[in-house]
Design a protein around this ligand. Structure first.
Ligand SMILES: Nc1ncnc2c1ncn2[C@@H]1O[C@H](COP(=O)(O)OP(=O)(O)OP(=O)(O)O)[C@@H](O)[C@H]1O
Ligand SMILES: [Mg+2]
Length: 482
């Protein structure tokens, strides 16, 4: 264990001392923390080979500390120190990714054995990572964001690389895809994380109010401005501001935003003094800003200022492999909240969730699970607890085609519909043609003919649930634009 660095988190001084002397004698470097908070802060600023965390602590307890530490580094083995006879916590700790347990009072050799295992597992894990030649870590979690699909992995990767700078970031995605979570993860992953993160919902306020909220006002700036007020940009100084639904900001306000982005300065409403701020700007939109620019509803210069680094969040239906992971994580969350920690999802219920098209994305999935947990009375969530909208939704979303007044090229449209259905069936079947044929209720040979005729090139299923034939990763990766 020469040179392994170990984090020890315990509120009892005597415990810290015992563990420290024990580990130092073995050649380890030891960092001591006397509370969960301090331990998490240490894990944020330094990298360790293993951590030992006491379960019972005032403030954030051991389980919470474990969760936080694993969120920062999900390959760090965390060993939990439990008092004799409190094994009730162990199940929960294992669920949250604890590596092992040491029961107090402990034998010194036992501690060393567990720590040695932890350190060697850590080293093996990093070797495996190195073998992949520095490819992105396969963490299924990034702060509060969950996802194992290649497209979410690419999002994590981009966010991790872009977060530390002050560069403006634009997050684009349908409603419920996690834009706000991404914005928070960016802030958390930046040197500004101990300064404010200020979300502003640009869409929900009338224009005047939006401006006075953003920039503040001086006394007498308008009727009712009886006292001067700081704006959100001032409050966010040295932190981050999150401009949600940026597409709804009126053109006048856009001009002022442009100035803040370019110069990092502005004036309060009715004021004459220029105020300077150091703010990281994160914006989000669920509409295509370029389209708004073309329509004259969004300033082109502001668009280019925002469009430096774009995080494109894929809709859930384009990353169905994330559904089970998300569903289980919500099941755990709401199970805990509702004292139903043992609840399981049946395979049938999970299959329903996987095939649904989730127009409301992750938010909708979260609501479905919460509802099911609340309603559940037995040990399982079966299909009966899944709402009709999900259960009865057609496996394939039929395109809604209305005959336009000028008519339409019937053959072309029908061919288009056919190609779309085939592609979706292949997607749902993970590329297995036999299964896709079943979904379309045709013979495999018929499907084969249809595929040839329509010129679709079906992809083989990949072992890790690779990208769907309809939406490969190539076109949808978050992009970095000049
Ligand atoms: N990848 C994810 N992992 C875990 N939870 C997620 C993920 N994406 C979204 N959620 C959850 O889904 C809900 C919606 O997320 P969020 O508010 O960030 O979406 P949004 O894109 O900002 O939506 P809207 O456009 O409607 O404001 C939240 O409860 C969030 O915790
Ligand atoms: Mg949002």
């Amino acid at each position: 264990m020469q040179d392994a660095s170990i984090l020890v988190v315990d509120d009892e001084e005597i415990m810290r001392e015992i563990l420290e002397s024990l580990l130092v004698r073995e050649g380890c470097r030891v960092r001591l923390a006397c509370s969960g908070e301090e331990g998490v802060a240490a894990a944020r600023s330094e990298s360790f080979d293993a951590a030992i965390v006491d379960v019972m602590m005032p403030g954030i307890d051991g389980l919470e500390t474990l969760g936080e530490i694993r969120r920062l580094d999900d390959r760090l083995p965390v060993i939990m120190l439990t008092a004799y006879g409190t094994s009730g916590n162990t199940r929960e700790a294992f669920k949250r990714g604890a590596f092992d347990f040491i029961e107090k009072p402990f034998k010194h050799d036992d501690v060393l054995t567990v720590v040695r295992n932890a350190v060697s597992q850590r080293q093996r894990a990093s070797e495996r990572l190195d073998l992949r030649r520095g490819g992105p870590a396969r963490a299924q979690r990034f702060h509060d964001l969950i996802g194992r699909s290649p497209r979410m992995q690419a999002v994590f990767d981009l966010v991790a690389r872009a977060a530390p700078s002050r560069t403006t970031i634009l997050i684009h995605g349908e409603s419920g895809t996690g834009k706000e979570l991404v914005a928070r993860a960016i802030h958390q992953n930046s040197p500004r994380s101990d300064r404010p993160f200020i979300p502003v919902n640009s869409g929900s306020l009338p224009p005047d109010l939006l401006e006075s909220n953003l920039f503040g006002h001086v006394k007498g700036a308008f009727t009712g401005a009886v006292a001067p007020k700081k704006g959100l940009f001032e409050l966010a100084d040295r932190g981050s501001i999150f401009l949600d639904e940026i597409g709804t900001v009126p053109l006048d306000t856009q001009a002022k935003l442009l100035r803040v982005i370019q110069e990092r300065e502005f004036m309060r409403l009715g004021g004459v003094d220029t105020i300077k701020v150091d703010v990281r700007i994160i914006a989000a939109t669920n509409v295509d800003l370029k389209r708004l620019v073309d329509d004259g509803a969004f300033r082109e210069d502001l668009f280019y200022r925002l469009n430096v680094i774009v995080v494109d969040l894929p809709p859930l239906r384009e990353r169905r492999e994330d559904v089970p992971l998300l569903a289980h994580s919500f099941l755990e969350k709401y199970g805990r909240q509702n004292d139903k920690a043992e609840l399981e999802l049946t395979a049938d219920a999970l299959a329903l969730l996987r095939r649904y098209h989730w127009p409301g994305n992750v938010r909708e999935l979260e609501n479905v699970i919460e509802r099911a947990v609340v309603l559940a009375s037995g040990p399982e969530i079966g299909t009966n607890l899944i709402p009709d909208t999900v259960r009865d939704a057609p496996v394939l979303e039929l395109p809604n085609v209305d005959l336009p007044p000028d008519g339409l090229p019937f053959k072309k449209v029908v061919e288009g519909v056919e190609a779309r259905l085939i592609t979706q069936a292949l997607e749902a079947a993970g590329g297995v043609q036999k299964r896709a044929a079943e979904l379309l209720q045709v013979k495999p040979s018929t499907l084969n003919e249809m595929i040839k005729r329509s010129g679709i090139r079906p992809r083989r299923k990949r072992s890790s649930g690779g990208p769907s034939p309809l939406h490969g990763t190539a076109g949808g990766r978050p992009t970095r634009r000049p």
